[in-house]
Design a protein around this ligand. Structure first.
Ligand code: NAD
Ligand code: UD1
Length: 382
């Protein structure tokens, strides 16, 4: 059996006892961010987080632990490092259980469910690079679509039928109208986006066939930022594709300048406008969604965005303010496949979940910069 299970060793988590009082206790350290120890007041649910060592996953695991859930992480570490989970454990005061399993290993997935018996799943694991998806479409369909199918089979066999899925605003494609509302047709313009569409369709069909399934399809806008501690954050491998990680690497001296992809869009300053959302707000949306579906059942689709759009130059200038220096940029040609403007109507998530994003663009770039300057090479040794 290829299932390799191992816990993040508690011994490596210096000072974080499994014992403790009835409530979380804040450690007597003078830190500007919350660090907890001990055990939570109550364990709410046992939640399996696929891709939990990655960028959004690690922030969500931290919020789940802080909210008193028991967390099992499965990840093959193909785009992440176990260090993120060790740091999550430091911040939470207790560790998630970690299993190195590949989504494509059906036997391993089934065994994982038998051995851990989760109540619900938050499914982040997958591939996400738009350009790469055009070059390796079968790998993307296999990992994202067939991988999710494996997960569903394993869940079904273990009688676990609650899942929150990481979809993307990219499924809207060339928007018919703005802001983007969930009822718009999907029309993804990339192979990556189409894998998200296929998975959404698959889950819609599943929910229609069997009302024991509880499903949330979360369409994220543009996740940025990091936990306020600066201990966990986004650690892209190679040249970042996305705007804020690229700017952060310019700020820290790893890249010479930012290429701004086009300044002739019909926007405030000609550069593309997006709905950036702080990753901790996004993580919080997952907690609300998993609570909602386990209580109410059914299938639900929610946008997770702020409802505000910022241009490339506005984001660049906000970052300059955060890092206290001017950042060089050059205007270059538009990037193929980009839309001029994309922002969410997040009112369904507010109405159903009571969720809205609370962190503004200055907080997003401040926290992103704090992570980048403290970890110039990401999770790699300095
Ligand atoms: P990430 O790459 O940091 O995290 C994904 C995790 O999945 C990684 O830890 C990786 O090691 C793991 N993984 C990949 N293939 C796997 C496999 N076959 N088996 C097991 N684990 C595997 O990405 P992220 O930014 O945290 O994104 C998480 C999810 O959110 C993805 O599904 C992504 O498509 C979606 N999403 C991300 C964004 C974004 O801008 N970051 C936007 C919209 C949607
Ligand atoms: C990209 C992906 C999308 C994915 C989303 C979030 C493409 C075509 N789309 O969308 O599928 O869901 O990320 O992960 O890749 N920009 C620059 N210079 C850069 C990088 C970006 O000017 O070096 C501009 C872009 O043209 C865009 C804005 O910054 O106007 C944001 O870009 P990015 O962070 O890549 O996000 P999206 O384009 O929204």
């Amino acid at each position: 059996m290829s299932l390799a299970t191992r816990r993040v060793p508690r011994t490596s988590m210096h000072g974080w006892g499994a014992s403790g009082g009835l409530l979380f206790k804040v450690l007597p350290l003078n830190l500007p961010y919350p660090v907890r120890t001990g055990v939570p007041e109550r364990i709410n649910m046992k939640i399996l987080v696929t891709g939990g060592a990655g960028y959004i996953g690690s922030h969500t695991v931290l919020e789940l632990l802080n909210a008193g859930h028991e967390v099992v992480v499965m990840d093959n570490l193909s785009n992440s490092s176990e260090t993120s989970l060790q740091r999550v454990a430091e911040l939470a005061g207790r560790a998630p259980e970690f299993h190195n399993v590949d989504l494509l290993d059906l036997a391993g997935m089934k065994e994982l469910f038998v051995s851990t018996q989760p109540d619900a799943v938050i499914h982040f694991a997958g591939l996400k690079a738009v350009g790469e998806s055009a070059e390796k479409p079968l790998w993307y369909y296999q990992t994202n679509v067939a991988g999710t199918l494996n997960l569903i089979y394993a869940m079904e066999e273990a009688n676990c039928r609650s899942i929150v899925f990481s979809s993307s605003a990219t499924v809207y494609g060339e928007p018919e109208s703005m802001p983007l509302v969930e009822k718009l047709n999907m029309d993804a313009q990339s192979c990556y986006g189409r894998t998200k569409e296929h998975i959404e369709d698959m889950l819609v069909d599943l929910a229609a066939s069997d009302d024991r399934w509880n499903i949330a399809l979360l369409r994220y806008f543009n996740p940025v930022g990091a936990h306020e501690s600066g201990r966990i954050g986004e650690d892209p491998s190679g040249i970042p594709n996305n705007l804020v990680p690229f700017i952060a690497q310019v700020a820290v001296g790893r890249r010479e300048h930012l290429n701004v992809f086009g300044n002739d869009y019909p926007t405030v300053d000609g550069t593309g406008v997006r709905d950036y959302i702080h990753v901790v707000d996004l993580a919080d949306g997952h907690l609300k969604a998993v609570d909602y579906i386990t209580e109410h059942g059914g299938l639900h689709t929610w946008n997770l965005g702020t409802g505000n759009g910022y241009s490339v130059l506005e984001v660049l200038h906000a970052f300059e303010k955060a890092c206290g220096k001017e950042l060089p940029y050059k205007i270059v040609a538009r990037r193929p496949g980009d839309v001029a403007v994309s922002y969410a109507d997040p009112s369904s998530a507010l109405a159903d979940l009571g969720w809205s994003a609370s962190r503004d663009i200055d907080t997003m770039v401040r926290d992103h910069w704090n992570w980048q300057k403290n970890n110039p090479n990401g999770y790699e040794e300095q």
